[in-house]
Design a protein around this ligand. Sequence first.
Ligand SMILES: [Cu+2]
Length: 273
Amino acid sequence: MRREWLVVGAIWAALTALGEFVVTTWTMLPEGYSRESHVVNEAYVLLLVMAVPVFAFMVTMLGYSIVAFRHPGATEDGPNLGNNKRVVWIWLAVTAALDLAVLINPGFVGLRDIRGTQSADMAIEVVGQRWSWTVTYENGATSTTEMVVPVDTRIRFDVTSTDVLHSFWVPGFGLKVDAVPGRTTQMYVTTERTGDNADDSRLRVQCAELCGLSHADMAMTVRVVERAEYDAWVEDLKNNPPAAAQQAAGATATTAAGEQNDQQAGAAAGQEG
Ligand SMILES: [Cu+2]
């Protein structure tokens, strides 16, 4: 019996070490463009680090049992297993402690870190409607084709919807928030580095709440630029607002899709009109 536990313990330790090595050295999550995306990525890695020993334990126990206690010739079920109360209590205590730890960190700690102080350098209004986004900047300029934001800026997005539930998601920022009709939800993003949708498709607004036929096309490109470039862009947008027709055409053309989906986008535009 003792030897068995030593073998199981050794396999468990080895699998755990291997797993921890993989999850801490392999960069699975590409770097985001906001401070908040780092918080999210770190939480993900922390959860993996905590999950590895638990998963390794399950695999070890299962694998060892299958090999060591097999009865190839048996044609009937074995006797019922009695519960080992001590093991059950230890298992309960350990998993409950892990759950509690996760609830606190990254749960509460991470949320507080992401929400941070409820202050922002600028606010951008976002309205979702089937099936496009409209962003309005502080100077009153609006865009439905592209969202441009300045780097090194804490931005508050005030998000709502005119029809059904949508979800305002920018994968490159690591965050999303529901767009709810009749209500304004807020999302704070602190941009940290510049980037362009042309180089990284995660820089896009994407609806993340199934909202109907063209849900997948409910997207808009995002650029994070230097402050001066942003100021010039938003001023130009105010002075030369694109014609409504152009905007509508642009909105469908910039959908995450690219060429293959142009046909679909065209069809969707037809239905909208
Ligand atoms: Cu939607």
